[in-house]
Design a protein around this ligand. Structure first.
Ligand code: SF4
Length: 345
C-alpha cells in the first residue's frame, strides 16, 4: 500500500526521517513531500519512490499552491500520510489530498489528523518519527535503540569530493578531520574553532583539517585556515559551499572525526556513521537531536541552569553572557577528538 511522508522542516529533521522511510518502504511505495532545499538529500535513497517538492514560501505559496501539491499527492495513490512536520498547513495538505493523516499529539495541525500518536519528549527524534508508523494496537512498541539515519551519495557527489581532495593534494590514506563551525542560529556557533585548529596542529599533526558548511561559512573556514597556517600546519581544505548536501555526506564518510555544533552536519555524520564530537550550547541532546554515529561524544556546560534556553537556539544569548558556548575549552574539545579518533570512545 503506498504511503506518504510529509516533512517540510529543517534539513536535520529530514535526515532523521529516513529510518521512518525505510520502515514504511518494507510495506510499499513511499512518497515524500519535501522543501526544495531538502529534496536533494533524498536522491538515490532506496526507500523513496518519489519526492514531491513543496515550495511553501515561493512557487507553491498560498491556497492555490497547497491545492496543486495536494493534487500531486493524491495522484501518488497514497492512502496514509505520516506527518513528520506538524504545521496546520501540512495537515491541511493531507486533508485536501484526501489521505488519512497520522501525526504527533503535540503538533499544531493535530486537530486535522485522522490519528494522533504520543510525542515522546525523551526519545531521540529519529525514534519519535519512526514510531509514527507504530501499530496503534501496540502503542508501547519501542523503536530500536540503534536507529540511525541513512543517505546515499551518488557517483557524481563522490567524484566532486575526489576532485576537491585531489586539488588539495590529499594523498591516499591521509587522515582527514572535519570541522563544521556554522549554524543558522548564532548562539549555536561555538566561537573557538580557530583556537581548536591551533591545538589540532600541535596535538594531531598527522590529520588534515577540512571545513564543511554552507557558502556563508567561508569566513569561518578562512579563520581556521589562518590559525592552522600560524602554527605551520598544512593548508586547510575549505569545502564550504563547494559540495551538494550529499557531497558533504560523502566527504564526511572519508573523515576520521567530525567536530560540529548542533547543526545539519551532525546529522549528515550520523547518516554516514562518521565519529562525532558535538558541541551543544543553548540546546541539549535530550531534546532529541544528538549524534547517532556509533562513536560520538557530546560536550556542553551541563551545570548551567539556563540550559536549554530555546528549541532551536536564538540569534543572541537572552542573558547576554553566552557562557554555554564561550566556556567550552578548545583543549577539552581536542582531547575528545583524540579519544574518538583513536576509537577509545
Ligand atoms: S541563556 Fe544560557 S543556554 Fe541560553 S544562550 Fe545564554 S548561556 Fe547559553
Amino acid at each position: 500500500m503506498p504511503t506518504a511522508v510529509l516533512q517540510t522542516s529543517f534539513l536535520g529533521d529530514m535526515i532523521l526521517t529516513t529510518p521512518l522511510l525505510e520502515r514504511l518502504a518494507r510495506e510499499g511505495e513511499v512518497h515524500v513531500v519535501a522543501t526544495p532545499a531538502n529534496a536533494a538529500v533524498l536522491a538515490n535513497h532506496p526507500a523513496v519512490s518519489s519526492v514531491l517538492v513543496y515550495d511553501k514560501r515561493k512557487a507553491d505559496a498560498g491556497v492555490a499552491g497547497l491545492r496543486r501539491v495536494a493534487a500531486r499527492l493524491r495522484a501518488t495513490g497514497a492512502t496514509t500520510a505520516y506527518m513528520a512536520q506538524g504545521s496546520w498547513r501540512t495537515a491541511a495538505l493531507a486533508r485536501l489530498a484526501g489521505v488519512e493523516s497520522v501525526g504527533f499529539d503535540t503538533s499544531a495541525g493535530r486537530w486535522l489528523y485522522s490519528r494522533r500518536v504520543t510525542y515522546r519528549q525523551h526519545w531521540h527524534h529519529a525514534q519519535r518519527l519512526w514510531a509514527l508508523a507504530s501499530d496503534p494496537r501496540n502503542d508501547a512498541l519501542r523503536p530500536p535503540d540503534a536507529l540511525r539515519p541513512s543517505l546515499y551519495p551518488g557517483a557524481l557527489d563522490i567524484a566532486h569530493v575526489t576532485a576537491l581532495l585531489d586539488a588539495a593534494g590529499v594523498v591516499v590514506g591521509e587522515p582527514l578531520l572535519a570541522l563544521a563551525p556554522g549554524s543558522v542560529w548564532a548562539t549555536k556557533r561555538w566561537p573557538l574553532y580557530d583556537a581548536l585548529a591551533r591545538e589540532l596542529v600541535a596535538r594531531m599533526p598527522e590529520y588534515r583539517v577540512v571545513v564543511i558548511g554552507a557558502a556563508g561559512d567561508a569566513p569561518l573556514a578562512a579563520a581556521i585556515h589562518t590559525a592552522v597556517q600560524e602554527r605551520g600546519g598544512p593548508p586547510v581544505i575549505d569545502a564550504t559551499g563547494k559540495l551538494s548536501l550529499l557531497g558533504s555526506a560523502a566527504l564526511l564518510a572519508r573523515c576520521a572525526v567530525l567536530a560540529t555544533n548542533d547543526s545539519a552536519p551532525l546529522h549528515l555524520a550520523s547518516a554516514m556513521n562518521t565519529p562525532t564530537v558535538a558541541l551543544f550550547g543553548p540546546t541539549v541532546p535530550a531534546m532529541g537531536f544528538g549524534p547517532l554515529a556509533d562513536r560520538h561524544v557530546v560536550l556542553g556546560r551541563d551545570e548551567l541552569p539556563c540550559r536549554p534556553c530555546s528549541a532551536h537556539g536564538g540569534q543572541g544569548c537572552p542573558l547576554g553572557h553566552w557562557t554555554c558556548m564561550r566556556e567550552v575549552a578548545p583543549t577539552t574539545v581536542v582531547e575528545q577528538i583524540e579519544q574518538v579518533a583513536q576509537g577509545a570512545l
